[in-house]
Structures are given as structure tokens and as C-alpha cells.
Design a protein around this ligand. Structure first.
Ligand code: GLN
Length: 542
């Protein structure tokens, strides 16, 4: 029988259930097991695609074009499990499918109810994930916090599956917070209550992952074990560490993987964590540091650009360098008094990430101009490439009114615009250009050099495109159209001429970067920034 591991969260949100689920996946893979990862989200949205970054953080895009929760990005960074549309389940999808079946008459006149119809649909989606013959274990992260009204059908489905699979085949991991009160004393009461809440819905956790600033001592772990009916070895101290990539090692040290596997009677080899150990060593002992500005519009919220953040750090790992990210709100760069030299004085490169809507785009265009004119490495991602096109049109081609039709519908020079097939779309959800698409790069371009090849496949999430009628004007004025789709219909990459590293891509490379396999474009960009930092420090260099 296949094995299931459910990961739930208690006390409050944002405790790192996703990192816990991913770290367990990482440890099991290190033991030669094959895992699958699944996120179930209790919200009613069908997917994360229509949600504001302020509400929900980044939208993570899969190869098959699903717009999903950012935790799927963690799964992809920590494990080799394939991630697709099937790995993200929401209440919205479940209800939509059950109601569609009801309209088709598939319930043969029966009353359609949360139990069993909604719970059966959830169970079917969970068990479908690990169906392939070689899969050993599916790890299911239940979004939200135990006690939320929305989570109830998911917890009921989990309860039924744990019962049906039997205790040797299904494990429950509960992630909670151990807060410190004044004086630093650690308190277990919220976790005791949270476990009780889980027990009330019929789930006895086997493992308690306790988040706290400092490691828990043995006495506290014994107390938690006594109050929660959990074995002492199942009480794991998830204390704060400098890098999220240390978490698998912290868990392994406390025997979390062997505890879970013993519990499920799974035999496996010892964990081979050489790759992660050497990664963490390199993270902790960087040979150099570099400051890189990210100029975007959702800067208050760290999670809005989660994968970009991580990929920048990975780019640093490739050179044993620490990347210090300097968030810059593009809105704030729009007044006439802004001194760009002062804003970017201490940074060695600028990244403009993806985004939607007019706000802040003028600040981004002027930022691109600054990087282009001062020779500062620039990496434009999706919107960041479109911004490069607007800067070029305004300041090199001399069309001061050039814009994207997303920001100004009647611009006389729409260098970025909608393709015909996007013009009449009424629904927002799932209607962008989404998912995997190939790009062919010009031989010798910076992008081709970074990848070490001319043909790549990357993920997309955008509606607007570079306007093809302007290709000649752009080429003649010197910018390189460095990448196209294989049918040559769409522009995928722009590169500045005579510039250390000015590259814009219409796709989102950040989704495919991992700490143990940094994305080539991020690695090349960070290298250009490191070179820049060195050059700027050298007396006599410009
Ligand atoms: N708003 C732009 C578009 O839809 C860019 C999208 C993005 O950066 N993801 O084309």
C-alpha cells in the first residue's frame, strides 16, 4: 500500500508548514525513496491566479500552466517531485467539479452533501497523486490553520484516509508555535490546545514540529509529549536558523525521517545528504557579498516575489557569494527630485521582476534607463523585459509617448501590446499565456552563453507581448532581439548592446531555480554583479 504523510498547522499561520513538508520530502528522497507533494488549500478561489500578491504572495506557475500557491515553489526547490496542475487542490476546484457532476446528473438523484461527496472528491484527488508504480510516499500539506471553518472538509478527508490506510501507512505531522513570553520563557499551552483541536476532529498527530526562536530543551519536549499523546522522539524542535535550506539538516539531526519511516515500517538506506551539507556550508561561509536592488511594486510584502528572491540567492550560491537584496519601491522613483545615483549608489545590479498594472511603471522605466546608461547589470523578468522595450523606445528611438497598452491604451507607439487572441477575453482566471514554452536564442547572446545552449523551455505568465511591427526599428537602433519562440512569432528576450549584462526575458526563469541547481540566468546575472562590484571598487576603473 502507498503511504501518506499529512502536514497540518496550528496556533497561527505562516509557521512554515510548506518548508516542513518540503524538508520531509527532501529527507525521504535522500534515502532513495520517491515522493510526491500535494498542497490542499481551503479557500474558495479556483486557483491563486486571480489573487492579489498582497493577499496571497507569489503565484507559482507550473509547466502545464497552473497558477498555484507559492508553497509549490518550495516543493520544487527542496525535492525532485514533479509539480503540475494536479499538485494543487483548492476548495473552489473541488466544489466546482462536484457541482458540475451534479448538473450532469451523475449523482442519480441523491442529495449532494459535504460528507461524503466533497470529502470523496478531496480523497480522490489526494490518492490520485501517488498512483504511479514507483511512488512510495505522498506528502499532503493542508493549508490554513486547524480550527478554521474552511479546513473542516479537508481534515475530515484526512481523518478518513488515515483510518482507511491504517496507522502503518498514514502519518500525521502537526506544525505549531512555541511562543516565548516576557523573560524568554517558552510556553507549550497553545500547542497543547492546537493538538486537542486536531484530536477533536479525529486525528491524533504522530509528530509535533515545534517552531520557536531557540531550541527546545528535553524537559519541554517531554512535557509536550505527555500532554499530546505523541512519542518523545516525535517532538521535533524547529528552532530558527539563518537559511531555510538548513531545515532538512535540523530535522535529520533529530531523527525525524527515521521516526516517520519506522512508524510506517519503511526500510530504506541511510540519508545521503552530502549535497545539502555542502550547500549549507557554502551558504554559511560566503567568499564574497553583493548587493542587488529589486525594483518592483509589491515590495512591502516579501512573499510577493518569493521565487525571485530565492533564485537570486541561488545565483549567489553558484559563486559562493551572499546576495543582499535591496528592495526598492518603484512608486517612490517617480518624482522629479529622485536622485538615481543616490538610490543605486551601493548596489552592483538591478532586477525588475514581473508585475501587473500601471502603478510604478514609470519608476521602472527610468530605472532601466539608469542601468543601461551607467552600465549597471540589469535583469528584466516578464514585465521587466517589457520595461526595457519601453525605455528603449522612449530614450533611444525618441518616442517619448511609447508605452505598453496595458498602461496607456491609446499610446501612438504601443511597443508592448495584446495579441489578437487576448483582445476579446472576458474572464481573468487562467486566460493568460501560461506555462511552458520554448525559446530559441541568438547564438553568442548573453542568454545563450548563460544557458550553454540556444534552445530552452521556460514558464510564462503574461498577457502582453513585444509588438512585432516594431522589431525592425528596434534592431536597426542596435538592441538585440536575442530570443524568439521557435515559430518566430513572439519575442522572448531583449539584450542591450555594449553593456556588461542587460538581459530581459519574457518568461519566468525563477520558477525553475533550486539551491542545489541555481538557474543559469540568475547565476550569470549574479556573476555580472560580482564583476561590477569588483570593478567599481578598483581605483581607476569607471
Ligand atoms: N503585466 C504584464 C503582462 O501581462 C507582465 C506580466 C508579468 O510580469 N508576469 O504581460
Amino acid at each position: 500500500m502507498k503511504k501518506l504523510i499529512f502536514v497540518t498547522g496550528g496556533v497561527c499561520s505562516s509557521l512554515g508548514k510548506g518548508i516542513t513538508a518540503s524538508s520531509i520530502g527532501c529527507l525521504l528522497e535522500a534515502r532513495g525513496l520517491t515522493v510526491r507533494m500535494l498542497k490542499v488549500d481551503p479557500y474558495l478561489n479556483v486557483d491563486a491566479g486571480t489573487m492579489s500578491p498582497y493577499q496571497h504572495g507569489e503565484v507559482y506557475v507550473t509547466d502545464d500552466g497552473a497558477e498555484t500557491d507559492l508553497d509549490l515553489g518550495n516543493y520544487a526547490r527542496f525535492t525532485n517531485a514533479p509539480i503540475s496542475r494536479a499538485n494543487s487542490v483548492t476548495t473552489g476546484q473541488v466544489y466546482r467539479d462536484v457541482i458540475n457532476k451534479e448538473r450532469e446528473g451523475r449523482f442519480l438523484g441523491r442529495t449532494v452533501q459535504v460528507v461524503p461527496h466533497i470529502t470523496d472528491e478531496i480523497k480522490a484527488r489526494i490518492t490520485a497523486i501517488g498512483k504511479e508504480a514507483d511512488v512510495d510516499i505522498t506528502i499532503i500539506e493542508v493549508g490554513g490553520t486547524v480550527g478554521d471553518i474552511e479546513s473542516i472538509p479537508f481534515l475530515e478527508a484526512a481523518r478518513q484516509l488515515i483510518h482507511e490506510y491504517g496507522h502503518a501507512n498514514a502519518v500525521s505531522v502537526h506544525v505549531t508555535l512555541i511562543p516565548a513570553v516576557t523573560g524568554g520563557e517558552l510556553k507549550t499551552k497553545p500547542s497543547q490546545h492546537s493538538v486537542k483541536e486536531l484530536q477533536e476532529v479525529g486525528i491524533q498527530p504522530d509528530v509535533l514540529v515545534c517552531r520557536s526562536d531557540e531550541p527546545l530543551d528535553e524537559a519541554l519536549r517531554r512535557k509536550l509529549a505527555a500532554f499530546t499523546n505523541i512519542d518523545f522522539d516525535g517532538i521535533i524542535s524547529a528552532y530558527n536558523v539563518d537559511s531555510i535550506y538548513e531545515v532538512p539538516l535540523v530535522y535529520q539531526e533529530q531523527g525525524l525521517d527515521s521516526f516517520i519511516l519506522k512508524r510506517m515500517n519503511v526500510e530504506s538506506r541511510h540519508a545521503d545528504l552530502k549535497l545539502w551539507q555542502s550547500l549549507v556550508r557554502r551558504i554559511k561561509e560566503p567568499k564574497s557579498r553583493v548587493r542587488i536592488a529589486v525594483v518592483g511594486k509589491y515590495m512591502e510584502l516579501h512573499d510577493a516575489y518569493k521565487s525571485v528572491w530565492e533564485a537570486l540567492h541561488h545565483g549567489g550560491f553558484a559563486h559562493q557569494a551572499a546576495v543582499d537584496i535591496v528592495p526598492v519601491d518603484s512608486d517612490k522613483l517617480e518624482s522629479a527630485q529622485v536622485d538615481f545615483a543616490a538610490v543605486f549608489k551601493d548596489v552592483a545590479g538591478i532586477l525588475v521582476p514581473g508585475g501587473f498594472g500601471h502603478r510604478g511603471t514609470r519608476g521602472m522605466v527610468d530605472t532601466a534607463r539608469w542601468a543601461r546608461e551607467t552600465g549597471l547589470p540589469y535583469f528584466g523578468i516578464c514585465l521587466g523585459m517589457q520595461i526595457m522595450a519601453i525605455d528603449w523606445a522612449r530614450h533611444i528611438l525618441g518616442w517619448a509617448d511609447a508605452d505598453s497598452t496595458e498602461f496607456c491604451q491609446d499610446t501612438p507607439h504601443p511597443v508592448v501590446s495584446l495579441l489578437q487572441d487576448q483582445i476579446n477575453i472576458k474572464n481573468f482566471g487562467g486566460t493568460m499565456r501560461l506555462g511552458r514554452n520554448d525559446t530559441v536564442f541568438v547564438a553568442g547572446s548573453k542568454a545563450a552563453l548563460a544557458y550553454g545552449g540556444n534552445l530552452v523551455s521556460e514558464r510564462h505568465r503574461h498577457r502582453y507581448e513585444f509588438t512585432n511591427t516594431y522589431r525592425d526599428d528596434f534592431r536597426k537602433s542596435g538592441i538585440t532581439i536575442a530570443g524568439l519562440t521557435p515559430d518566430e512569432e513572439l519575442v522572448e528576450c531583449l539584450e542591450w548592446p555594449n553593456h556588461p549584462w542587460g538581459v530581459g526575458v519574457q518568461f519566468h526563469p525563477e520558477f525553475k531555480s533550486a539551491p542545489v541547481a541555481p538557474h543559469p540566468l540568475f547565476a550569470a546575472f549574479v556573476k555580472a554583479c560580482l564583476d561590477q562590484a569588483k570593478a567599481r571598487q578598483t581605483p581607476g576603473s569607471c
